[in-house]
Write a protein that binds this ligand. Structure first.
Ligand code: ZN
Length: 314
């Protein structure tokens, strides 16, 4: 399995258009020791030719253009992108679907709840279904493994299983619709496995960009992964409140912070197996500053901080 990180920032990206926090200000001024980042986006492939997107970020157009693997190869209309897996209905996770609307056959794997939100309640997404063989929706249930298929149903050899992590739907979903939906389908982490003839053992990637709490069952899942891409949204629980003067805590927003006794650095310190990488990093997070003590602390404890363009085979 080949994996590319097309974007490593949380919603808004880094810098964020309306943000003048110390990180964003210094980055724009050219005095920041660290890198700008697109909004979180992953691409995975079992053969290096056919690709699946985990999420569909608002930055998808430039993320596709910036990665030659995702460029059309033949004919007048073609794409190596075979399909998309959606873990939630957040704007920064699904807006990119609208950028893929040019009558290109695709398969979207999503829960029934996410499909209802997008296709029944948001008429703009009808652009994905102007002709019968445009976007094919395949629904899955959290906890059950399913194959990643291309638009015509060809099996990629990759298997995916979703973990139910959060129970909050995005604020744009009407209260009436929210009451009808299964809360276990609101916010998912994704486990992707490769099982090919050549590597019967299989390798496992865990993509967990929004984790509201860490329990023993989740720790066991993480320790069975070869690569863990974990929620690095906020350094501290009150990060946004301190910068903005108001707002929600990290935990209220569904993100375990990196630091503190309840944070992921401490709680995940005992993991033995996976390569541990923070992703979905908010522009306010001080660990983005490579000259700062937070960055040093993260790196010293064996964690990496994802950067756009990273690629690895597993
Ligand atoms: Zn900022």
């Amino acid at each position: 399995m080949r994996m590319k990180i097309l974007g490593s920032a949380a919603g808004g990206g880094f810098p964020q258009w309306n943000c003048a926090c110390p990180n964003c200000r210094q980055l724009r001024a050219g005095t920041f020791q660290g890198k700008p980042r697109n909004q979180a986006q992953l691409a995975i492939s079992s053969d290096g030719n056919s690709w699946f997107l985990l999420g569909a970020s608002p930055d998808l157009r430039s993320q596709i253009e910036g990665n030659t693997e995702l460029h059309p190869l033949e004919g007048v209309r073609q794409s190596p992108i075979a399909g998309i897996v959606l873990g939630n209905a957040d704007v920064d996770h699904v807006l990119g679907l609208l950028l893929l609307r040019e009558l290109q056959p695709l398969r979207v794997h999503a829960t029934e709840s996410v499909r209802l939100i997008l296709m029944e309640d948001n008429s703009m997404f009808a652009m994905l279904q102007r002709v019968p063989d445009q976007v094919t929706w395949t629904t899955f249930t959290p906890g059950t493994s399913f194959p990643l298929l291309n638009a015509s149903g060809k099996d990629s050899g990759l298997r995916c299983r979703a973990l139910s992590l959060g129970t909050h739907y995005p604020a744009y979903v009407s209260p009436q619709r929210q009451r009808e939906l299964n809360s276990q389908e609101a916010s998912l982490g994704l486990i992707v496995e490769s099982k090919t003839v050549e590597s019967a053992s299989g390798k496992r990637l865990a993509y967990m960009p929004a984790v509201p709490q860490i329990d023993d069952a989740l720790l066991a899942e993480f320790d069975s992964a070869d690569v863990l891409l974990f929620d690095g949204t906020f350094w501290s629980d009150d990060e946004l409140i301190r910068i903005q003067g108001s707002g929600q805590t990290a935990l209220q927003m569904g993100h375990v912070p990196v630091s503190s006794a309840e944070g992921s650095l401490h709680k995940l310190a005992g993991l033995r197996r996976p390569r541990k990488i923070y992703i979905h990093i908010n522009n306010t997070n001080p660990m983005l500053n490579e000259a700062g003590p937070e960055y040093a602390q993260v790196r010293e404890t064996g964690w990496e901080i994802a950067e756009d363009g990273w690629q690895f085979d597993l």
